[in-house]
Design a binder for this molecule. Structure first.
Ligand code: FES
Length: 127
């Protein structure tokens, strides 16, 4: 199931918004971030991969955007293969480097990347 583009979420951060300090991202696993409030805040997560910082919408392509870390459990990576992002709801797997679906119920669709850049040790939404 296709999701709307990340920047069409009603609470999506604008380009230039600071997410966090780069140092807050763990060496292994992801860091969730949210913007907005209420029942449906904007949810994303950051990963470090081969020295690069990657960001994805925290929305599984299976089940209309359910977060990949139900109840905040899990670090977004497959415990058996940390090169893969893992959805803790039904076990879909995605390449960490691209977000492409590789197995499970993700219907061949990938996670949505969120453009980010770093400046002065901060991770910032890019355009
Ligand atoms: S909600 Fe992610 S695999 Fe089902």
């Amino acid at each position: 199931m296709s999701l709307p583009p990340w920047n069409e979420h009603p609470q999506a951060p604008d380009p230039g918004t600071i997410i966090c300090f780069e140092s807050a991202i763990p060496k292994v696993g992801g860091l969730e971030f949210t913007f907005g409030s209420g029942n449906k805040p904007f949810r994303g997560f950051l990963l470090k991969k081969d020295g690069e910082i990657l960001a994805y919408l925290n929305a599984c392509t299976h089940f209309t955007g359910t977060p990949l870390n139900p109840n905040g459990i899990g670090n977004f990576l497959d415990p058996k293969d940390p090169s893969l992002i893992y959805c803790g709801v039904h076990g879909s797997r995605f390449l960490a480097a691209t977000g492409a679906c590789v197995s499970g119920e993700c219907d061949g669709e990938g996670l949505q990347p969120i453009p980010v850049k770093t400046e002065g040790g901060k991770v910032i939404i890019s355009s």
